[in-house]
Each structure stands twice: as C-alpha cells, then as structure tokens.
Design a protein around this ligand. Structure first.
Ligand code: HEM
Length: 265
C-alpha cells in the first residue's frame, strides 16, 4: 500500500513538473559554458524554512513546479546544475551551480527563484562567485605532466560533489610567477594519481568575492578525495592557504527532477 502510494506520488510529481517544460526555448551551450575561459560560475546554497515541511504534499508539489518553471525560463542563457546537500551537510539543503557569460543573467535567475512560490521557502545559506580562466601554470610545465593532466577521468557516474572555497595569503601573491609555478608543479605532481577518480574545476574569485578560488570536485570515491587532500596538505603551496573550506560543501549530484522528487516527499 505504502509502495503503491509512493509510486503514484512519484508519477504525479513527474507529470506536474513535466508540464512546466517550455519546449521552444533552445538551451544554452553546456559544453561551451563548462569548458571555456571567461565564464562566471556562481554557487548558491539554500536551506528550506520550517514552513516547508509543515505544508501538505500537494502544496509542496505545486510550489516545486514553480522551481522547475524558473529553471526552464533561464535555460536559454544559463547552465544550471543542481545538488542535494540535505542529509550530508548541515549548512544547506540544495545547491545550484550556475554558469553564465554575464553575471547579471545569474542575478536575474536568483531573483526569479526567490520570487517564486518555492523560493519563498528558501533561506540563503551562501552565494559565491568565480570566473573561469586559461591555465596560468600548466603551459610552463614539463610535457610529461601536461600529457598526464590530459588523461580523462574514468567514465561512469560520479555521484558526490565537494566544493571548497580557498583564500591564499598575501605572501603567495607577492611571490614571483616562477616561484608560484614551482609550487604549483609540486601540487600537480601530488594530485596526478587522483585524476582518474576525481573530476575538478577551478574558478577564480579574487575581486568578485572574499575568496581567491572556488574549487569544485566530483567523485565516486570519497576515500580517494580524502587521500588527495592529505597529499596536497604536504606540499608547500598548501601553507599559503589562509582559508580552506569554511564552508566545505558536500552533497550529491542530482538532476532537477530528482531534487524535486526528494523535496516533494
Ligand atoms: C585531481 C586532482 C587535482 C589536480 C590534477 C590538480 C591540478 C592543478 C593544476 C594543474 C593547477 C594549475 C592550473 C593553472 O595552470 O592555472 C591547479 C591549480 C589549483 N588547484 Fe589543483 N589539482 C587537483 C586538486 C586540487 C584540490 C583538491 C585543491 C584544493 C581543494 C586544489 C586547489 C587548487 C587551486 C586553489 C589552484 C589555483 C592556484 C593558483 O592559480 O594560484 N586542487 N591544480
């Protein structure tokens, strides 16, 4: 009985949110926005307020349809990825990673989200901005390192996401390019054993936020990720981290439909 009720509920959620799809809008070029330099990456984490759980399920489903609607409305300009933090993090329930060529488009999405019926139940847990840039140190690294860095990560699902904001100390920025390059080479050598199981992306935040970098990772092996961090803590470059984490966000990579299903329950 419980089973058939939950299957029915799932179907209802899928049908209702499915109706919100705007078929004619062409989606932003995901490959381009996720690979090119000069793209803004925003990480926006939210907690649901206490009223959310008090509402009945029909009301929650109706409000979740407005979340789907807002995401659809902005998919022409933005690439929006969703993550479930609830259960693994005490800082927030959901995380949005938004890629845009213009930060004001991201702002409009976040305004529309917070204005929606679903958004009325969101409390902002934190927003961070960064910019993708061309590699600064890799071009000067030896060819064998460059080649190894190109090894693609193992195919298959990488269900876990980790986001770690970093701020370097003043000394780091006063070092010469050569000094920093030598330390980044050490960083790279220590990290190479993990390229197969840990996918990464770097955002530069200096001037856009109270941070220097947002580091983003996906993995199916959290134990590898932990070993990677322990390996990096041993290299000199790590001593120049004035802030590492605070917060470290840990969650799972979920489609919007999965997020909606979980929050509808
Ligand atoms: C698979 C694991 C990793 C590999 C292969 C790797 C490799 C690299 C490489 C090659 C660069 C230089 C990019 C450039 O040329 O501009 C870099 C930069 C950086 N990495 Fe990693 N990394 C890994 C994991 C991590 C982790 C776990 C952290 C910290 C949580 C981290 C933090 C950073 C930061 C902050 C920079 C920017 C440094 C700067 O530009 O001053 N990396 N990484």
């Amino acid at each position: 009985m419980t089973f058939s009720f939950s299957v029915l509920m799932r179907l209802i959620v899928l049908v209702i949110v499915g109706l919100m799809t705007l078929p004619t809008v062409e989606a932003a070029d995901r490959d381009k926005l996720l690979s090119e330099p000069g793209i803004y990456g925003t990480f926006a984490a939210f907690s649901l307020d206490a009223d959310w759980a008090r509402q009945d399920q029909t009301m929650r489903i109706a409000q979740l349809a407005t979340l789907k609607g807002v995401v659809e409305q902005h998919r022409e300009k933005l690439v929006i990825d969703t993550y479930l933090l609830r259960g693994l993090s005490d800082r927030a329930d959901v995380l949005f990673r938004i890629h845009a060529t213009e930060l004001r488009e991201t702002q409009q999405f976040l305004l529309d989200l917070q204005d929606s019926l679903f958004g009325k139940h969101l409390n902002t847990a934190g927003v961070m901005h960064g910019l993708t840039k061309k590699a600064n140190y890799v071009p000067g690294m030896p060819d064998n390192l460059k080649a190894e860095l190109k090894t693609p990560s193992e195919p298959g699902l990488k269900p876990y996401v980790i986001v770690i904001p970093i701020r370097k100390d003043a000394e780091w920025w006063s070092l010469s390019q050569e000094q920093r390059a030598a330390m980044m080479q050490e960083h790279t050598e220590a990290s190479l054993p993990y390229t197969k199981t840990v996918k990464r992306k770097l955002y530069h935040s200096t001037g856009l936020d109270d941070l220097d970098f947002i580091t983003y990772f996906e993995t199916s092996r959290l134990e590898d990720f932990q070993s990677l961090i322990l390996a990096l803590e041993k290299v000199k470059e790590f001593r120049h981290n004035r802030r590492f984490g605070h917060p470290t966000l840990l969650g799972t990579v979920r489609s919007l439909e999965e997020i909606i299903e979980v929050l509808a329950q």
